[in-house]
Design a protein around this ligand. Structure first.
Ligand code: PMP
Length: 370
């Protein structure tokens, strides 16, 4: 079958993995990990065994931070932290540290920003500046549709909603008010202006490696002078003072993040990946839009490049779609358990050949069942 041939050309014998995260890693990164698994950099120990106080780890951590700063053009006056707890812990840490005075503003554009808002509202004063839930999270608001509270301390937004497939392609306009961004499902997929943000956070299991590590990029002067009463693990200042080594870090996830950053540099950096990601998304949306068989109802101006949710008009065919896709080497295309339907995640590691294989399968399945 034509599709199987495309898969063989693109990725030897491995299926294409469209999982939303933990997500696929580039073949080159997997090969490097395999080669180093028993001896990391001549230390005689595996990266799975590496001590976080060793010289080798210290060098690894320094290089990882330097790579992230270079690839994201992070200004020198920003701090970069490597923490545990996933993006979900940041839902709480952000208001605990930044919303001690005033009201935190939240743009609710999908399930992840709704969770971030709920956490902030349980901690202090939070205001839902706009909420797209009643409209099914199919679009982003125009600037005229939302107003910030007068005592607003920051505006939080989720750049890419992994479940709804809605993405901000331009920053929300807030004037001087600091932005806080959840970049978990789009970090390093295209250039972003870090300087416009007070704080950016992203768990690494989509575009930056494996689960267990969360990157936080922040402007220290925006932290309150006093964070007395916070447990140290929830206090950005304590993590900064300890260079992210307050306790034993997720060493292996940190190592993989370093490998991913090296790989991104070798691909030509974030701008080159952005061009590729755009082409991948266009291939898949074109196959969906060019048919009366599939649908993606997200407003075209805010469609995600990373996560493409879609449905079959005839929903009863979706289980068959998943079975046939799996047999053709296209894995993990089921939608989020809360949303149902189907979803293709096209993170940095997904080659164009993978997106092309999916687009070809979409057309082929429609031809046979449409
Ligand atoms: N924010 C976004 C946009 C996500 O996609 C996810 C996970 N899919 C999270 C937050 C939660 O991340 P974690 O599971 O690492 O806490």
């Amino acid at each position: 079958m034509k599709i199987t041939a495309a898969i063989e050309r693109g990725a030897a014998t491995r299926p294409w993995n469209f999982a939303p995260g933990p997500a696929m890693l580039p073949a080159e990164v997997l090969a490097e990990i395999r080669a180093e698994l028993e001896d990391y950099a001549g230390t005689g120990v595996s990266p799975l065994e590496l001590g976080h106080r060793s010289d080798a780890f210290r060098a690894l951590a320094q290089r990882t931070e330097e790579s992230l700063r270079e690839l994201m053009a992070i200004p020198a006056d920003y701090a970069v932290l490597f923490l545990h707890g996933g993006a979900t812990l940041q839902f709480g840490m952000v208001p605990l540290n930044l919303a001690r005075q005033g009201t935190a503003g939240y743009l609710i554009t999908g399930q992840w920003s709704a969770k971030a808002y709920a956490e902030a509202a349980g901690i202090g004063r939070a205001h839902a500046v706009w909420d797209g839930r009643a409209e099914g999270y199919l679009r982003l608001p125009a600037h005229a549709e939302w107003h910030l509270p007068r005592d607003c301390s920051y505006l939080h937004y989720t750049v890419n909603e992994t479940i709804a497939g809605v993405e901000f392609h331009a920053l929300p306009e807030t004037g001087d008010l600091p932005l806080v961004a959840d970049m978990t499902s789009m970090i390093l997929s295209r250039p972003v202006d870090v300087r416009r943000h007070a704080l950016i956070y992203a768990a690494t299991q989509k575009n930056l490696g494996i689960a267990g590590l969360t990157v936080v990029i922040l402007r220290p002067e925006l932290l309150p002078e006093q964070t007395a009463g916070l447990p140290s693990m929830l206090d950005y200042r304590a993590h900064m003072a300890a260079a992210s080594l307050l306790n034993t870090p997720p060493v292996f996830a940190w190592y993989v993040a370093g490998k991913m950053l090296d790989w991104i540099r070798a691909q030509g950096g974030v701008a080159a990946l952005a061009a590729r990601n755009r082409r991948k998304a266009q291939m898949v949306y074109a196959a969906l839009d060019g048919s009366g068989f599939y649908c993606n109802a997200v407003h075209k101006s805010c469609r995600s490049w990373m996560n493409v949710p879609f449905r079959l008009h005839e929903a009863a065919l979706e289980p068959l779609f998943l079975r046939e896709a799996e047999a053709a080497g296209l894995r993990n295309l089921a939608g989020h358990r809360s949303a149902g339907g189907l979803r293709a995640s096209l993170y940095n590691a997904m080659p164009e050949a993978g997106a092309a294989a999916l687009a070809a399968f979409l057309r082929d399945f429609e031809r046979r069942h449409g």
